[in-house]
Design a protein around this ligand. Structure first.
Ligand SMILES: Nc1ncnc2c1ncn2[C@@H]1O[C@H](COP(=O)(O)OP(=O)(O)OP(=O)(O)O)[C@@H](O)[C@H]1O
Length: 283
């Protein structure tokens, strides 16, 4: 890894109170297989953070330790200063999680799915109906809310899962490959909702993806992960800039790992990128 990039990524966040996530020396094994290998990473509060890498890099395993599904075998993981090992319940209250696998109940309506999560996360009874309606509106599912979710398109299902994850107003939204399998229009739509939520509530977003183009457009901090290890960390611009002009994140990945990712699906993100720029200009 380039020392310059490594150092910049390390020194950008000196004070823990600025951090949503601090992972130090995390190793996770399945039998003899090392899925996560002495991982260090920090995520600033309010960041859009991308954990990038090909299938099998160890991304999902890392997220599962962060969200308390797997107890850490080694090392330390803190979420907003809370230790996932000893303060797991408090950690869970800060989190919204959208897993890679579908997590909706197809026999219920969209509204019933979100209401179930609201109950699960102890959203106060008096507030539940309003909160459910609010997040359904944010993900643009108000009109479809009372239809059976089993009939939703792939993009609608993803947006419904987002609504579920948002109903407890998490400080940290964790998304595992949120746009995999979606067409470019549906991907853009999912991202526009995530960015909208982030702007409204100042959430920290931590996502995994193997779409480098997507990460480049949407993340302000990324870590390239390969075979359980961090190979490079920084902002997309820092990482690309460290290798010279005209470089893509895909090139950066190849540089640090000697391997190529599967060709990412192209297109569909320019609009999200330009929407983001416009939104930034408009404050
Ligand atoms: N429950 C498990 N039992 C055994 N091995 C596992 C288990 N979960 C993951 N692994 C292995 O650990 C490694 C990392 O897997 P992980 O799912 O974390 O990768 P990933 O980067 O999220 O990839 P993907 O996008 O395919 O999920 C892989 O080699 C995987 O086969």
């Amino acid at each position: 890894m380039s020392e310059a990039v490594d150092q910049r990524a390390g020194t950008a966040v000196a004070d823990d109170s600025d951090l949503a996530v601090r992972v130090t020396g995390l190793t996770h094994k399945f039998g003899d297989h090392v899925a996560v290998d002495n991982l260090d990473l920090t995520v600033r509060r309010g960041a859009s953070f991308g954990l990038l890498g090909p299938n099998g890099a160890g991304k999902t395993t890392t997220l599962r330790v962060l969200n308390t599904l797997y107890p850490p075998q080694n090392g330390s993981v803190r979420i907003f200063g809370l230790d996932v090992r000893t303060q797991a319940m408090a950690v869970r209250r800060t989190l919204g999680y959208v897993p890679q696998q579908l997590s909706i109940e197809g026999a219920l309506t969209g509204r019933e799915n979100v209401a179930w999560f609201a109950r699960l996360f102890d959203v106060p009874r008096r507030e539940r109906a309003d909160r459910v309606a609010e997040v359904l509106a944010i993900v643009d599912l108000t009109e479809a809310a009372d239809r059976i979710a089993g009939g939703y398109s792939g993009g609608m299902v993803r947006r419904l899962e987002l609504a579920q994850a948002l109903v407890n107003r998490p400080a940290l939204l964790v998304l595992d490959e949120p746009t995999v399998g979606l067409d470019p229009v549906a991907r853009d739509s999912v991202w526009a909702r995530v960015q909208d939520m982030q702007r409204r509530y100042g959430m920290t977003v931590l996502l995994t993806t193997h779409y480098m183009e997507e990460a480049d457009a949407l993340c302000d901090q990324v870590v390239l992960m390969h075979r359980g290890k961090v190979r490079a960390a920084g902002s997309p611009d820092e990482l690309k800039g460290s290798l010279g002009p005209g470089v893509s994140l895909e090139d950066v990945f190849r540089h640090y790992t000697g391997e190529s990712l599967d060709p990412a699906e192209k297109g569909g993100l320019r609009d999200v990128r330009s929407t983001r720029r416009t939104a930034q200009r408009m404050g």
